[in-house]
Design a protein around this ligand. Structure first.
Ligand SMILES: Cc1cc2nc3c(=O)[nH]c(=O)nc-3n(C[C@H](O)[C@H](O)[C@H](O)COP(=O)(O)OP(=O)(O)OC[C@H]3O[C@@H](n4cnc5c(N)ncnc54)[C@H](O)[C@@H]3O)c2cc1C
Length: 318
């Protein structure tokens, strides 16, 4: 089912070539998987974005905001409503002067996390290197509390600006944010705890002065380590499952359960890193979820540990 004629017309008139109808989400996810969304909208300015959110509220159109789709599995039946991509309207990174000793970098949600890391290094500011090599946007990184063994967004985020579903802008200080493992909860502010409707507009990151040459060297080493450990030649959404709170990592458990190389259709448990499900040959979302369930059941039966996906699975159930 696609959008009503009237909704289609409004979107076409307001967004021109920046809206696409029945757009395959496989074009917008790192997994290269996903059925069509009714309307894929790329606002070119904050005003565009606010107008769209207010209109969607009035028309009761569901929407999902995405960054680079690096952590998304979109189901084969696609997404009803709108997908809004922020990379064209919110991509500035700048240094803020607050008039005290703290050094804050402001990064808009649609800017790349890697651009933020580079900006920090070139400014001789320490704190962002944990994110070296993590693909995606600043907004996605904040919402996912992205991180590595070296740290996570939680360690450096000072405050965020959000857009509520009614179009109001709000600043949330660090004390108002509830960080969890690979998740930021906005339950305190989002109506009905519905984060999908609350849009992160920008983040303010508190960093420390350091030596740019040292930071650059550290970043190079981290990137090399990542390239050696991860199956970067294949489409994926990064680590598929969250690591259990203690003990072995999800990857170690999957490997010990003998699942490396296990396949369903075009989806495969990577032989290089067992917590990566890779798309080796036009996998469908159904292939990936079937493989996910096999992994969950096998690990549960072998170790009595329940693995939960870190990847966000969205879209209509077929
Ligand atoms: C090869 C590879 C390696 C990876 N390695 C790591 C790693 O080491 N550590 C790690 O933590 N992750 C890793 N990831 C996962 C992913 O890169 C991160 O989760 C990233 O931060 C997601 O950013 P994104 O812009 O792509 O978000 P998306 O995938 O587009 O979205 C992720 C979620 O955030 C929501 N969202 C996005 N932007 C906004 C916004 N502005 N406001 C509100 N909601 C929003 C979306 O609706 C969705 O629910 C990896 C992924 C890949 C493909």
């Amino acid at each position: 089912m696609s959008l009503e004629h009237e909704a289609n017309n409004w979107l076409r008139h307001r967004f021109g070539r920046n809206v696409k109808f029945d757009e395959p989400m496989s074009k917008h996810t790192y997994f290269r998987i996903g059925g069509p969304v009714d309307a894929f909208v790329v606002p070119q300015s904050q005003k565009d974005l606010i107008d769209l959110i207010i209109w969607a509220g009035q028309m009761q159109q569901p929407y999902i905001v995405i960054g680079d789709g690096t952590n998304l599995l979109v189901r084969d039946a696609g997404i009803r409503g709108l997908v809004i991509m922020l990379t064209k309207c919110l991509n500035k990174i700048s240094r803020l002067n607050r008039g005290d000793d703290t050094t804050i970098i402001s990064a808009m949600a649609g800017a790349r996390l890697q651009a933020l890391c580079k900006f920090a290094i070139e400014s001789g500011l320490e704190g962002m290197n944990f994110a070296i090599g993590i693909p995606g946007t600043v907004g996605g990184g904040i919402v996912m509390n992205a991180g590595s063994a070296a740290g996570s967004v939680e360690g450096v985020l000072d405050s965020i600006e959000v857009l509520l579903s009614g179009g109001e802008r709000l600043t949330l200080e660090r004390s108002q944010l509830v960080f969890k493992y690979r998740n930021l909860s906005l339950k305190k502010v989002a109506p009905n705890g519905d984060l999908e409707k609350t849009i992160v507009l920008e983040g303010h990151f508190q960093l420390r002065p350091s030596d740019a040459r040292y930071l650059k060297k550290e970043a190079r080493e981290m990137l090399n380590k990542r390239r050696t450990a991860q199956p970067s030649n294949y489409a994926s959404a990064g680590c598929f499952f969250k690591n259990p709170a203690s003990g072995k990592t999800a990857g170690e458990l999957i490997e010990l359960a003998g699942l490396k190389g296990k396949r369903v259709g075009g989806a495969e448990v990577s032989a290089k890193h067992a917590n990566f499900i890779i798309n080796t040959d036009n996998a469908s979302a159904a292939d990936v979820t079937a493989l996910m369930e096999i992994v969950q059941e096998t690990v549960s039966q072998t170790f009595n540990i329940e693995l939960t996906p870190e990847v966000k699975i969205v879209g209509t159930q077929a």
